[in-house]
Every structure is written in structure tokens, then in C-alpha cells.
Ligand binder design. Structure first.
Ligand SMILES: [Zn+2]
Ligand SMILES: [Zn+2]
Length: 243
């Protein structure tokens, strides 16, 4: 419950592990695509990652081009700013534009065969990134009205613990898939939140979300990661991080 969610240590390596919420320099993340890939297959040994920059798939496309060099698979994703809140579009072929309603955003994702996940639906409004990262309120309410494929119940961004707890409750009530992601903005955070699924591949992950056979988990931040995030937040508030 809450964050950091203690890893369900019983997870066995017959199932895959995916971090489906990662930022790069293509939006407000600090890491390059290459740095994320280098990290993702070493420590925490992820099988699948989704790059989900704010309102762009450019970083995800670059990661997908580089992926054959790595023992993991890349899902092209985007964290889309809808009118009601942030929505993760996964398995995208083209970017979905921000500023649509949640229902319209989901329809645009589904129209290209993608999956739509409600990202941190109960997170307090945060403006850690001026503009692109601004979180409108209301996605929690939208969960009951629009056809999400999943709800992010573990988001390892610091301070989202109560929001994770509420998201878990809403996910159970709705019956859609549970996902976990790091929402990494610094490379050290990659894999701190994750989605477990039967199989190992990106196709297995998609099937598991559709069949609601995923589980979400996360692990605690160590002191180095807390420090890295503190520096990230401080820089953003000083206006140094490019939007
Ligand atoms: Zn977000
Ligand atoms: Zn995010």
C-alpha cells in the first residue's frame, strides 16, 4: 500500500518486468535516451521499457531505434496532457496531441492500436515542470466514465504515496489492469516502479494489460536517488531545466 510499495519479493523471474513511465531529455527528464537504455538492462534488469515523454514520442522513437543493441524491448509511449490529467499512451505509432478531453485522448490512442493508462490519477497538482508537466485535476473522476485500459497504481515519483493508495483503490473498483512505472526524471530512478506480467516481451506486456493480468510493484529510494531528485527539483525551480 502506498509508496514506496515494498516489492512483492515473491516475484519470480518467469515473469517479465516493465517500467512503463520514463522521461528523457526530449521532455523534462535529465537523462539521454542512451543513458536510460544503459541503465534499464543492467540495474534493475528490465525486460521492457516505455519511454513516455510529455506530449512527444521523439525520445521513444529514438529508443526504439537503439533497442536492438540491448537485451530489452522498447515500447513507444507518450505522457499526454489531457484536459483531465496525464494519460500514458503505450504502443503508439504517432503522437497524440495534448489538450483533448480524457475520452478523446483515449479514443486517439485506441485508434492506432495503443493502450491508455491513467497516470497518477489522484496526484496533487504539481507544476514541477512549468507548462508541460502541469497536472490538471479530475482524472480520478474520469476513471469511472471513460474506457482506460489500465491505472497506474505505483508511481515512484516522490510524494505520490497517498495518490498511489487512492489509485489502487480505484483500479480495484474498476477492474482494469494495474500498472507501475517509475516516472523517472533522473536515470537513477529507472525501474523503481514497475509492472510485472506473464512473459518477457512487449507483445506479452500488451496482452497482459488487455487481459488484466499485470501486477504493479516498486522499491524504495536509496539516499543517492533522493539526492539526485532533490537536485533535479532544485534545478527546475531555478528554471534551469529545459521544458
Ligand atoms: Zn505526469
Ligand atoms: Zn511522467
Amino acid at each position: 500500500m502506498g509508496f514506496p510499495t515494498r516489492e512483492r519479493a515473491l516475484r519470480n523471474r518467469s515473469e517479465g518486468r516493465a517500467d512503463v513511465h520514463i522521461h528523457t531529455r526530449y521532455s523534462d527528464g535529465r537523462a539521454s535516451v542512451r543513458e536510460v537504455l544503459d541503465r534499464a538492462f543492467t540495474d534493475p534488469r528490465l525486460d521492457v521499457i516505455a519511454i513516455t515523454d510529455h506530449n512527444t514520442i521523439e525520445g521513444a522513437l529514438e529508443a526504439a531505434r537503439l533497442a536492438p543493441e540491448y537485451p530489452l524491448e522498447v515500447v513507444v509511449g507518450e505522457e499526454i496532457t489531457s484536459l483531465e490529467g496525464h494519460i500514458l499512451g503505450l504502443f503508439l505509432k504517432e503522437a497524440v496531441r495534448p489538450g483533448l478531453s480524457a475520452g478523446e485522448t483515449i479514443a486517439a490512442v485506441h485508434a492506432q492500436g495503443g493502450l491508455a493508462i491513467a497516470a497518477h490519477p489522484f496526484a496533487p497538482r504539481h507544476d514541477h515542470v512549468r507548462g508541460v508537466g502541469r497536472v490538471p485535476m479530475g482524472l480520478g473522476r474520469a476513471l469511472r466514465q471513460v474506457p482506460f485500459d489500465g491505472v497506474e497504481v505505483v508511481n515512484s515519483f516522490p510524494l505520490f504515496a497517498p495518490a498511489n493508495w487512492l489509485a489502487r483503490r480505484a483500479q480495484r473498483a474498476s477492474g482494469v489492469a494495474a500498472t507501475g512505472g517509475s516516472d523517472a526524471h533522473v536515470v537513477e530512478a529507472v525501474g523503481k516502479g514497475y509492472t510485472c506480467f506473464p512473459g518477457r516481451t512487449a507483445a506479452d506486456l500488451a496482452l497482459a494489460i488487455r487481459q488484466r493480468r499485470t501486477a504493479a510493484g516498486g522499491s524504495f529510494y536509496g539516499p543517492r536517488l533522493v539526492l539526485a531528485y532533490a537536485m533535479f527539483v532544485a534545478d527546475v525551480y531555478r528554471g534551469r531545466t529545459a521544458g
